[in-house]
Ligand binder design. Structure first.
Ligand code: PRP
Ligand code: MG
Length: 212
């Protein structure tokens, strides 16, 4: 019998809430945390623990059928992937931030500036839309340190509680987009697995409703 393949974040912010929502829909998983793959005991589901940034490509290639992922990651890397369900957790923003003492009136202030980010496509789209040209420094993590070490004038990164900005003497200057965890679907999902997905979504919807 066919099984629905779902990707969840291996570690990081979404992991715990992703596993919790699967539990809440009544799926019990048979694993060792160190395993990268696990099966559900009572539902035709296989779980793959993957790195966030790799998940959009796995969806595109049909290696997995669905994923629990931050909408912001899809916007950055997964333009043709559909969202089946918004999951109501892991809300965050992708924002421009600048050092506390720096004035920021509008996006025009970024003209000619150096911007450090892990979200180059999102930033480029934002700049293009506003007719601003800037220089991007692409880094994979700890982006907030860039202004302090003289690598950038501004950053674009995820803001959740705001505490990382605060600790690094930065202030949020502009929100580019808002995001939350979503259930994303591969364009290559088979009919059999789509039928399993429908069952999963049905359960998810009642859990989400009960959480409201
Ligand atoms: C994420 C993100 C921000 C921070 C936002 O970083 O890149 O830096 O969390 O959360 P906050 O507003 O609640 O402080 P993470 O800690 O995941 O590390 P990384 O950037 O090194 O991947
Ligand atoms: Mg960070």
């Amino acid at each position: 019998m066919s099984k629905l393949k779902i990707a969840v974040q291996k570690s990081g912010r979404l992991n715990e809430d992703s596993m919790q929502i699967l539990k809440d829909v009544g799926i019990s998983i048979d694993n060792g945390k160190d395993q990268l793959k696990a099966s559900a005991k009572n539902f035709p589901l296989e779980i793959f623990y993957l790195r966030n940034g790799d998940i959009p490509q796995y969806l595109k290639d049909g290696v997995v059928d669905v994923a629990i992922i931050g909408e912001n990651v899809l916007i950055e890397k997964g333009n043709d992937i559909k969202i089946a369900e918004k999951l109501g957790f892991s809300s965050c923003k992708v924002s421009v931030a600048v050092p506390k003492g720096v004035k920021y009136n509008s996006v025009k202030d970024l003209e000619g500036k150096r911007i450090a980010t892990s979200y180059p496509n999102t930033v480029n789209q934002f700049l293009e839309k506003n007719g601003v040209k800037a220089n991007l420094h692409i880094i994979n993590g700890s982006v907030e340190i860039a202004p302090n070490i003289g690598l950038a004038d501004a950053i674009v990164d995820i803001v959740s509680s705001g505490s990382t900005l605060f600790k690094n003497n930065l202030k949020e200057a502009e929100v580019i987009l808002k995001s939350e965890a979503v259930l994303a679907v591969s364009p290559q999902i088979s009919n059999d697995n789509q039928a399993i997905l429908n069952r999963l979504q049905f359960r998810l919807q009642s859990v989400l409703k009960a959480r409201q």
